[in-house]
Design a protein around this ligand. Structure first.
Ligand SMILES: Nc1ncnc2c1ncn2[C@@H]1O[C@H](COP(=O)(O)OP(=O)(O)OP(=O)(O)O)[C@@H](O)[C@H]1O
Ligand SMILES: [Mg+2]
Length: 467
């Protein structure tokens, strides 16, 4: 069965009606290349010219939203005027049977997100990719065009067409940036972040703090997103993860990213590149590089400064006794600190008030095989903590009151770095912000209680790496 068909039990497969259509009388749709938040991308043949193009067709409902068509046309026109070897060529755009489409140069390559699946990249490769990306951004920004949705899915990596043609050019990655300006089409400029129901529009993982706040954006916001991608290339992880899009957003706003070298103790991270990355991830745009050209220069200087790699000794490689000594704790506690298998995870679950809640976090954790011990008094956490890998505090029914206890506790409990995760109401932005800024590892909204086990495992893994 082709991946275009959706099989529903024994029923006949549903075939995408776009396949075989001729869009705007000239683009014959041949194959689905991929789907994203905004729409679908197809391989199509342009009649008459006998060339292949990539046709992005936006979700049907987008064209019906007020102001959408106007914004789409404005952005698509700006993108079509962008001519740079590292930005995708936009051939055409328009509207067909109530759907907005954009016809682009067909690229044969893989998104950077696929490349990142195999982990961190070597320094030279990171710089090579970033320099090409920054070249494209520099020209776009100079023309007043922001990307607004830079993420690894929108950076395609092609085989370098110059390899073999220019004798001194060895094989390397050739970067093409796609989807310039299109994010702006999806949401009104004034509402890029929180929607009415408290959800987040777009991919929060790569959003700048000013984007999260729906403030006015300039090129420095794109540079922040480049910084998140750079972080991921350096250590294989994004700086901010969370149980909900809102939690990620709050972290962009209020939490400092840890050093990439601390995130990946087993990967050597180039110290100069780490500094460049942390600078461009500054919360305030004025503290970042001000232009793409400035960041590119900093990358060159960092590489010229020599390879001073930072590497933390991998705790996994140490013996139990060495680990205990490094962590300054007993052998038993060391075992607790390094376990991440569900079966080995011991969680202290604290609920300030004995009320019968419909969604019980303890039931969810047990269903996932975690070893949960229940406790009612926040005051006892300090004493009990050493026996557990992580602590979960249910803030309900009075989150504000419970947070006072958690805040005081974080200063007095002997946690030795163990993660504390809180569970609270969905729409309490202020409580979530407070929790994350005082050092709570994550805030899990009640509606996302099923994510608690995964969040716990991630937090314990992180704790282990930090040691
Ligand atoms: N010009 C192109 N040529 C070939 N493949 C492309 C082209 N543009 C996009 N793609 C691929 O099509 C797939 C879907 O892209 P799409 O932009 O719809 O999704 P996305 O980037 O994941 O999300 P978003 O909708 O937020 O941009 C991606 O895997 C992308 O790599
Ligand atoms: Mg895209």
């Amino acid at each position: 069965m082709s991946d275009l068909d959706l099989q529903l039990g024994d029923a006949a497969p549903i075939v995408d009606p776009m396949l075989g259509s001729v869009v705007a009388g000239r683009y014959e749709v041949r194959e689905l290349l991929g789907k994203g938040g905004m729409g679908c991308v197809y391989r199509a043949k342009q009649a008459g010219l006998d060339r292949e193009i990539a046709l992005k067709v936006l979700h049907a409902h987008t064209a019906s939203k007020p102001g959408m068509k106007r914004r789409f046309k404005r952005e698509a026109r700006a993108a079509s005027m962008l001519q740079h070897p590292h930005s995708v060529v936009v051939h055409d755009f328009g509207e067909w049977e109530g759907q907005l489409f954009i016809a682009m140069e067909m690229l044969n390559g893989v998104p950077l997100s696929d490349v990142l699946l195999s982990g961190p990249l070597p320094s030279e490769r990171i710089v090579d990719i970033l320099v090409q990306l920054l070249d494209a951004l520099e020209i776009a920004h100079n023309q007043g065009l922001l990307h607004r949705d830079l993420k690894p899915e929108n950076v395609l990596i092609l085989d370098d067409p110059r390899a073999g043609v220019e004798p001194d050019k060895e094989h390397r990655d050739y970067v093409k940036v796609v989807d310039f300006g299109l994010a702006c089409v999806m949401e009104p400029e004034t509402d890029m972040s929180l929607t009415d129901d408290g959800n987040v529009a777009g991919t929060p993982a790569y959003m700048s703090p000013e984007q999260a706040k729906a403030s006015e954006l300039d090129g420095r916001s794109d540079l922040y997103s480049v910084g998140i991608m750079m972080y991921e290339m350096l250590c294989g992880e994004r700086p901010f993860a969370g149980a909900s899009p809102l939690a990620v957003l709050v972290k962009h706003l209020y939490i400092e990213p840890g050093r990439p070298s601390h995130r990946a103790p087993e990967t050597p991270v180039h110290s100069g590149l780490e500094e460049v990355c942390l600078r461009v991830l500054s919360k305030l745009p004025q503290d970042r590089y001000q232009t793409a050209a400035e960041m590119r220069l900093a990358l060159g200087q960092a590489m010229a400064g020599g390879n001073r790699f930072i590497q933390k000794p991998g705790i996994k490689k140490m013996s139990r006794a060495e680990r205990a000594e490094t962590l300054g704790i007993s052998n038993v506690a060391t075992k607790a600190a390094t376990a991440t298998d569900a079966a080995e995870l011991r969680v202290l679950s604290v609920r300030a008030c004995q009320t019968d809640f419909s969604s019980s976090p303890n039931a969810v954790m047990r269903a996932f095989g975690l070893d949960v011990e229940e406790e009612e008094r926040l005051e006892d956490i300090g004493l009990l903590a050493p026996r557990f890998h992580a602590i979960v505090v249910d803030l309900r029914p009075d989150p504000a009151e419970a947070m006072i206890g958690v805040e005081a506790g974080l200063e007095t409990w002997e946690l030795d770095g163990r993660p504390v995760i809180v569970l609270g109401p969905d729409d309490e932005f202020a409580t979530m912000q407070q929790a994350l800024s005082i050092g709570v590892a994550d805030y899990v909204p009640v509606s996302k209680v099923s994510k608690l086990p995964k969040t716990l495992r991630r937090a314990v893994r992180r704790y282990r790496r930090k040691r």
